[in-house]
Ligand binder design. Structure first.
Ligand code: HEC
Length: 180
């Protein structure tokens, strides 16, 4: 008798679960198939790509972060200097998709001048301002500006900022390793 009641209860529970499962299924919207679907998708992807930042707006972030890096290093906030180097790379990530023809040139510039083994990163890691200053100037004169000239933007010549954008505390004492 108890067995029968138990089995009936189990059956009821199973039906209840099934019903709940069915109720949760969203109504199916017909998905277009074939060439129409592919054309729609291609157009959407092109629209999204067209709306992404290309080099111009992304470079604004690169340039401001590069300035911030300088004043952070000068103030002894080495973690902030390292962080700014990372962010410069982040600003340009989007151009991998929006400017695939030019991105590889940026990527090799970044690896050589801002990668882990670059003179700039080594100076930041060592907290050595005079080595940093030299590597910074070299990066600007031998990396940033030749790339502008080579791509038809000779008139965009980066110079060292005269004064910091005074919205960050560049004097927080830190080591590069604090930038995780
Ligand atoms: C791979 C080549 C390349 C490298 C390397 C490069 N740039 Fe640029 N940069 C460009 C191009 C191309 C433009 C113009 C983009 C456009 O508007 O179409 C530009 C534009 C700029 C602009 C003007 C954009 C604005 O919104 O004000 C600044 C500032 C700038 N770059 C700073 C830098 C700095 C600083 C560095 C080095 C740390 C650097 N760039 C490295 C290619 C490069």
């Amino acid at each position: 008798m108890t067995g029968k009641i138990f089995r009936a209860a189990a059956l009821l529970l199973a039906v209840a679960f099934l019903a709940a499962g069915c109720a949760q299924q969203a109504p199916q919207t017909p998905v277009p198939t074939g060439t129409t679907a592919t054309a729609d998708l291609t157009k959407t992807v092109d629209d999204v790509k067209g709306a992404l930042y290309k080099f111009g707006p992304s470079m604004r972030g690169v340039s401001d972060s590069f300035d911030n890096m300088y004043f952070a290093a000068k103030g002894g906030n080495w973690a902030l200097a390292a962080y700014m180097g990372d962010i410069m790379g982040d600003y340009m990530e989007v151009t991998k998709v929006s400017k695939p023809g030019l991105y590889p040139q940026w990527d090799s510039f970044y690896k050589a001048n801002l990668g882990d083994n670059s003179a700039l990163r080594k100076a930041i890691a060592a907290g050595d301002f005079s080595a940093f200053d030299k590597a910074y100037t070299d990066t600007m004169n031998n990396g940033c500006n030749p790339c502008h000239a080579g791509n038809g933007f000779k008139f965009i010549r980066k110079i060292k900022a005269a004064a910091p954008e005074a919205n960050l505390d560049y004097s927080v004492k830190s080591n590069a390793s604090e930038n995780k």
